[in-house]
Design a protein around this ligand. Structure first.
Ligand SMILES: Cc1cc2nc3c(=O)[nH]c(=O)nc-3n(C[C@H](O)[C@H](O)[C@H](O)COP(=O)(O)OP(=O)(O)OC[C@H]3O[C@@H](n4cnc5c(N)ncnc54)[C@H](O)[C@@H]3O)c2cc1C
Length: 364
């Protein structure tokens, strides 16, 4: 075991949260190390970015998304469908459809070019000490202890930083499953969101992605065991109601999303961001935008703490207070929704907000 290395900031996890936080801290003048244990992994994700997320990345992070990470079709509007009566509504929301692995690779490269020391294939094994902060890092088959003034945990929904910092805190998650199918039909340029309590209390979805179609579902408060049956039922309904004719399964991904009411900000000079903290909108299913937003707030909090003194996590808690309150409210709404509410929502959009109230659902 080697020791002796020292950084101003160590960021654990090179997803959207971690790469953005490392980039921000480096731009603010800190000496930053970014650890990513699985650089070739594609995190299970729909890869849809809201206009707000694109704007935050560009205006506050200086990062303009390059066209070579976009999927085909690159822009999707949102089509809501209530499965029981087939009511549909399309809204002109312009989600960016990206290849998720390439998004992460691009963000890490972007951070690297701006001075971040990126360690690929490097894993945080243990939070050894909290004051001063020392972490045990495994890279290239060797373990070493590295010291840092500030630590950012951006290691996703199953965060080790979080579980070691708060070993007795329960962190609620919801299982999610996605299948990539070849064939299936000619979908329009939509992110199709399906509501039906038979399937899930959240939503099931279809995303056209290059030469495949993603069939996905996530189900709060359900056991992972029921997910296989749910996605099968969803596929069956798609075949019955939409002439969906998938040719073959390319791959299946099983993961989880945070399903917390309120975020876990961190303690002392250790800050949690993105999924690790629970920055996730349980109503809309969006996480990447909040990952980026919390990452920028973490960088700014560390700067403030380093100039004015005080614990970075306290400053950060204050900075994300409003976002936390908003996400709590979204959680409250999401957990109380009924099918009637969803039907009324689609009806409301059809009347007042949709670009089209009639849709040819036979996309074959
Ligand atoms: C099926 C599914 C579909 C989704 N679709 C969308 C969508 O379309 N749009 C959207 O906005 N959100 C979506 N989300 C949510 C979104 O994927 C997450 O909110 C987002 O990825 C969070 O980013 P993050 O950087 O916090 O965490 P992650 O993206 O999970 O990144 C964490 C990183 O940390 C690394 N890591 C973990 N442990 C360690 C360790 N010990 N040492 C070093 N590295 C480590 C991992 O390898 C990973 O790269 C979806 C989620 C799921 C499950």
């Amino acid at each position: 075991m080697k020791s002796g290395m020292k950084f101003d900031v160590i960021v654990v996890g090179g997803g959207p949260a971690g790469a953005t936080a490392a980039l921000k801290c480096s731009l603010l003048g800190f000496n930053v190390m970014l650890l990513e244990r699985a650089p070739f992994w594609s995190k299970p994700c729909g890869g849809l970015l809201t206009p707000l997320c694109q704007m935050i990345l560009y205006k506050r992070g200086g990062a303009k998304i390059p066209s070579n990470i976009l999927s085909n079709p690159p822009i999707l509007n949102v089509c809501y469908i209530f499965l029981e009566n087939m009511a549909t509504s399309v809204i002109n929301y312009r989600l960016l459809n990206v290849r998720r692995r390439l998004l992460d690779v691009w963000l890490r490269e972007y951070a690297l070019r701006r001075g971040v020391e990126v360690w690929h294939g490097a894993e945080l094994v243990e939070l050894v000490e909290v004051e001063p902060i020392k972490v045990l890092v495994k890279a290239g088959g060797r373990c070493r202890v590295v010291e840092t003034k500030y630590l950012i945990g951006a290691d996703g929904v199953y965060s080790k930083v979080r579980s070691q910092l708060f070993p007795n805190t329960n962190f609620e998650v919801a299982p999610a499953i996605q299948e990539y199918w070849a064939g299936g039909g000619n979908l329009k340029d939509y992110f199709y969101v399906f509501f039906s309590e038979k399937l899930t209390r959240a939503y099931a979805y279809l995303i056209p992605k290059d030469n495949s179609i993603i069939v996905g579902i996530w189900a709060p408060r359900e056991d992972i065991d029921v997910m296989g049956t749910r996605i099968e039922l969803f596929r069956k309904l798609l075949m019955e109601k939409f002439s969906f004719k998938p040719r073959f399964l390319i791959r299946r991904e099983v993961w989880a999303v945070p399903y917390q009411c309120g975020v876990v900000e961190g303690a002392g000079n250790i800050i949690l961001i993105g999924d690790a903290a629970g920055f996730y909108n349980t109503l809309t299913g969006e996480g990447i935008g909040y990952a980026v937003e919390s990452a920028l707030a973490a960088g700014e909090s560390i700067l403030e703490a380093s100039i004015g003194g005080g614990e970075a996590s306290k400053i950060y808690r204050e900075r994300v207070k409003e976002r936390n309150a908003f996400l709590k409210e979204m959680h409250r709404v999401a957990t109380n929704l009924t099918d009637d509410d969803r039907r009324n929502f689609i009806e409301f959009l059809r009347r007042y907000a949709s670009t089209s109230s009639h849709l040819d659902l036979k996309f074959m």
